[in-house]
Design a binder for this molecule. Structure first.
Ligand SMILES: [Zn+2]
Ligand SMILES: [Zn+2]
Length: 135
């Protein structure tokens, strides 16, 4: 089964295949910039199952970090699609809201809750972690 998605303007389209390794909500400070203020809703997928089927994304990485995350986004409309994260080699963290159908999303864990703001509420049925679960 493949999943499909796109940026807001449609210049970028992508697809990927199963498996989905995890589904999560991230409450860190960085994610509030990227989400607009709420927790970032993401899934972790295999990098080699993912391809852009239309357009070429722009990338961004911070120059002040030793191992920065590489962020892929649309250069036209700015939609943030996915992230390559050095702590997760071979994986991509994909923003759930860019999937054509994301009605099935069901996060299992809330991470970086140490940065959570009081207006943000973690769903009761999921596990929450100050930072990330120990491997
Ligand atoms: Zn776009
Ligand atoms: Zn985060």
């Amino acid at each position: 089964m493949s999943y499909t998605g796109r940026c807001y303007c449609g210049d970028l389209k992508y697809e990927f295949d199963k498996p989905i390794h995890s589904q999560l909500l991230c409450y860190c400070r960085e994610c509030r910039y990227l989400s607009g203020g709420e927790a970032n809703a993401s899934i972790v997928i295999s990098e080699n199952s993912f391809r852009f089927t239309k357009g070429t994304p722009k990338t961004f990485k911070r120059g002040d970090l030793e191992k920065p995350r590489i962020r892929f986004f649309c250069g036209n409309c700015g939609t943030h699609i996915c992230v390559k994260s050095p702590p997760r080699p071979g994986m991509l963290v994909l923003k759930i809201g860019t999937l054509d159908d994301h009605s099935w999303f069901s996060p299992q864990s809330a991470i970086y809750c140490i940065d959570k703001q009081s207006y943000q509420h973690i769903p009761k049925e999921i596990s929450s972690f100050e930072r990330v679960p120990k491997a």
